[in-house]
Ligand binder design. Sequence first.
Ligand code: ZN
Length: 202
Amino acid sequence: MRIVGGNLALDFVNTRSGPPDGPPDDDILHRYDDVIAWARWIGLLTDTAAAQLRRQGQADAIAAQAAYRRALDVRDRLDELFRSVATGHTPTGRLLAAFRDDAAEALAHAEIRADDGGFRWHWADHRDLRQPLWPIVHTAATLLTTGPLDRLKGCAGCRFLFLDESKNRSRRWCSMEDCGTAAKIHRYVARRASARARTAAS
Ligand SMILES: [Zn+2]
């Protein structure tokens, strides 16, 4: 599991992988427990909160399935939203309205806490199985309204989205170790093939 988005909402979108164009071909979220495991892994939940949500999910399979479906719906919207912005398109009014409802639900469950001389939104109620989604949605809303959207990009080699924090905004790949290396190998093989073709022709 690679965490390369530079933003919680983009990392959530990146729980599906596949080619840059076309539908995803892999997904790490197969059930509600996977959502909890991912949220714990990325640091969104403490061990205690994750254990509590997992227990509740196991006690109420129907609610867990509903929360899982909701997570997938939210992810679909974030995916469509940020992918269209990354490619220079304006999201549809229908999509923005649906996302607005997600963001409103997230804030409706938040509290404001004093923190480090300032204040921040906080989601402490772990009795609702949708709880991990709210900070993700809120992060998405903040990214959408305050940016930096000019740094939002899609990987040239896969469907991952990321914020390009490089100084000259030259990052093309989700990570140099994966797609960057694959592209370099591809170019190397192509160069070798054309060099061989030239040698054969001379
Ligand atoms: Zn990639």
